[in-house]
Ligand binder design. Structure first.
Ligand code: RIB
Length: 285
């Protein structure tokens, strides 16, 4: 039997990170101390976290001609990039990120090529999915709802990180999701979609930043605290957490082991700048 694969329909972004003394208020003009471009995108970060945690990952996405470094970077991490399509006339997705002195961030994204992914892209990638495989997706690309339907028809399980938590999420077939992963703000906006009565195979993960994380399952709840670390940049902490958690789930780790490992990986991530650059490998975790 071949190893299950995690098919990640996910964004690939160029992150323009401005270091600022505090997050700009409405109407305020603020001087940044630096501007750095990092490889990012929730989807791409999660693919890297999964690969670093030891999972088999196929990334489904689109980039422009300016995004080749993202594909090269994912390939170097061991992610299967054959389903990342390059568009000649559309820019790669972009993120404008402010990171303040406490390492907290504020992110604005522009979909670019991430908004051009079609259901046919997803169908092509899932054609030979081995048994036990998963579809992972966020809310930074087009075709999210269609991908969920296609994945379920092929017997895959679905992990969903509803970020950004905007109105589009309400049009997706939420009842098909097996693993939800969201932070407290997202949960506040979408709590009516997240199931309260869980089936034996369903799980809900709630991340609470410095407050740790909670796992809700049909057989009970698990809450683990965050680790106390020196925070430099929280960008991609949630992506690291989910990548490590899902890799642990697919590898058959116990609920407590995979949750603890995900929290540890996210704690290391926040001590370093950047998005996918800050994701630790298993030897560090
Ligand atoms: O989760 C962090 C990511 O959100 C950044 O890398 C940025 O690109 C946005 O997608």
């Amino acid at each position: 039997m071949s190893t299950p694969v995690i098919y990640n329909l996910g964004s690939l972004n160029l992150d323009r990170v401005f270091r600022v003394p505090h997050i700009a208020s409405p109407g305020e003009t603020l001087a940044a101390s630096s501007l750095t471009t990092y490889p990012g995108g929730k989807g791409a970060n999660q693919s890297v976290a999964l690969a670093r945690a030891g999972a088999r990952v196929v990334h489904i996405g689109r980039i422009g001609a300016d995004g080749q470094m993202l594909r090269e970077r994912l390939a170097a991490e061991g992610v299967d990039v054959r389903h990342i399509v390059e568009l000649p006339d559309t820019p790669t997705g972009q993120a404008i990120i402010q990171v303040d002195n406490e390492g907290q961030n504020s992110i604005v994204i522009l979909a670019g090529a991430n908004g051009e992914i079609t259901p046919a892209d997803v169908e092509a990638a899932l054609a030979d999915a081995p048994a036990g495989s998963w579809l992972l997706t966020q809310n930074e690309t087009s075709s999210v709802g269609e991908a969920m339907q296609l994945a379920k028809q092929r017997g895959l399980k679905i992990a969903f990180n509803p970020a950004p938590a905007d109105e589009r999420v309400r049009s997706y077939p939420a009842e098909l999701v097996d693993l939800w992963c969201l932070n407290e703000t997202e949960h506040g906006r979408l709590h009516d979609l997240v199931p309260r009565k869980l089936s034996a195979d369903q799980e809900v993960l709630l991340t609470r930043g410095a407050g740790g994380a909670a796992l809700w399952r049909a057989d009970g709840e698990l809450h683990l605290p965050a680790e106390q670390v020196e925070v430099v940049d929280t960008t991609a902490a949630g992506d690291t957490f989910l990548g490590y958690y899902l890799a642990g789930l697919v590898a058959g780790l116990s609920a407590e082991e995979r949750l603890a490992r995900a929290i540890r990986a996210a704690a290391i991530c926040v001590t370093r700048p950047g998005a996918m650059d800050s994701i630790p490998g298993t030897s560090e975790v």
